[in-house]
Ligand binder design. Structure first.
Ligand SMILES: [Zn+2]
Length: 285
C-alpha cells in the first residue's frame, strides 16, 4: 500500500467519523432535549418538518396544532317580534321549549357555580347577559361561564337606562362590552338585552350594527323584586304562571334564583319542555 493510498483511506475514515458525529446528535435532539446549538437551531427553524410525514422512517406525522374551529350548530329557532321563540320550519325542534337567561352577571362566584352546575345537571344552556363594569371586576367569572359552555350576552357597560342616552353614549355602552368580552373569550356576544328592557330605535340600531339580536323577555321571574334572603319558590311559581311555548325567561344572577333553578328546571321538564340552546337561535338583527 502506497503512502498516498493510506492517506486516502485515512481521509475517508476521518470524513465518515466527522459525518457520524455531526449527524447523530441531530437525530437524538428531536424535541430539543440536550440539543447542541446547531441541532437546536435546525429544530426551531423547521417546525414544518414535524407536520410532514417522514416516509423513510414510516413515522406518522404529528397533527398540526389543532386550530379549534368553532362548533357551528344547526339553526333551529327564530325569535318573534315579542321576543318568543318558534322552531324554524322543517326542523324537528320542539315548540315546547324555553330560553333561559340570567342578567346582571358576573359578580358572585358561588351563585355562578351553582347556576352552572344545575344547568349541567339538566343538560341545559342559557345566556348570561353581562355588564361591562362587572366583567372588568370579575374577568375570571366571565371566562368560567364561557368555559363551562354557556353563552355570553351584552347587557351594556353600566346598566343604565339607554333609552335616555345620546347615540354616542349608547354606542360606547354597547361597543365597550363587545371589546372587553372579545378580549377575554375571543368572540363578541351576538345577543343584546337592554337594562330594564328599555331600548328605543337608537339602541336597537346600535345592537344591530354590532351584529346582535336585540331582545327583552316574555316571562319575568320577578326574582329582581325580591329582597335577600329571597324565596326560591316564588321564582318558580312566577315562571310557571307565565309559562308558554317559546318563553324567553328572565332571571338574574341571584342566590334565591340559583336555589330555585334545579326545582324550576325539573318542573319544566315534567311539563314536557326542553331548553333552547342559544347557539341554535337564528341571529338576523
Ligand atoms: Zn339588568
Amino acid at each position: 500500500m502506497t503512502k498516498a493510498t493510506m492517506n486516502t483511506i485515512c481521509a475517508v475514515f476521518a470524513l465518515t467519523a466527522l459525518l457520524t458525529s455531526c449527524s447523530s446528535p441531530s437525530k437524538l435532539t428531536v424535541g430539543g432535549v440536550n440539543a447542541h446549538p446547531s441541532a437546536d437551531a435546525s429544530a426551531v427553524q423547521s417546525p414544518a418538518s414535524r407536520q410532514t410525514p417522514s416516509t423513510s422512517e414510516g413515522i406518522s406525522p404529528t397533527p398540526a396544532e389543532p386550530s379549534p374551529s368553532p362548533q357551528v350548530k344547526a339553526v333551529q329557532y327564530k325569535m318573534t317580534s315579542v321576543y318568543r321563540f318558534v322552531p324554524i320550519d322543517q326542523t324537528n325542534a320542539s315548540k315546547k321549549a324555553v330560553l333561559l337567561t340570567f342578567d346582571d352577571a358576573p359578580h358572585n362566584e358561588e351563585v355562578i357555580n351553582s347556576l352552572l352546575d344545575t344547568l349541567d345537571k339538566h343538560k341545559a344552556k342559557a345566556i348570561f347577559f353581562v355588564n361591562g363594569y362587572r366583567v372588568k371586576q370579575h374577568p375570571d367569572l366571565l371566562k368560567l361561564i364561557h368555559d363551562r359552555g354557556q353563552t355570553i350576552g351584552n347587557h351594556s357597560w353600566d346598566h343604565i337606562d339607554l333609552k335616555k342616552e345620546e347615540p354616542a353614549k349608547v354606542e360606547s355602552q354597547i361597543a365597550d362590552v363587545q371589546a372587553e368580552v372579545k378580549a377575554l373569550i375571543g368572540k363578541e356576544p351576538v345577543f343584546f338585552r337592554p337594562p330594564y328592557g328599555s331600548g328605543g330605535d337608537t339602541v336597537k340600531q346600535a345592537a344591530k350594527n354590532h351584529g346582535m339580536l336585540f331582545m327583552t323577555w316574555s316571562n319575568g321571574s320577578l326574582d329582581w323584586e325580591q329582597k335577600a334572603p329571597g324565596d326560591p319558590d316564588k321564582v318558580i311559581s312566577n315562571v310557571l304562571k307565565q309559562l308558554h311555548p317559546g318563553a324567553n325567561i328572565l332571571m338574574h344572577e341571584l342566590k334565591w334564583t340559583a336555589a330555585a333553578l334545579d326545582g324550576l328546571l325539573t318542573k319544566l321538564e315534567e311539563k314536557g319542555y326542553s331548553f333552547i340552546d342559544p347557539e341554535t337561535i337564528m341571529i338576523s338583527p
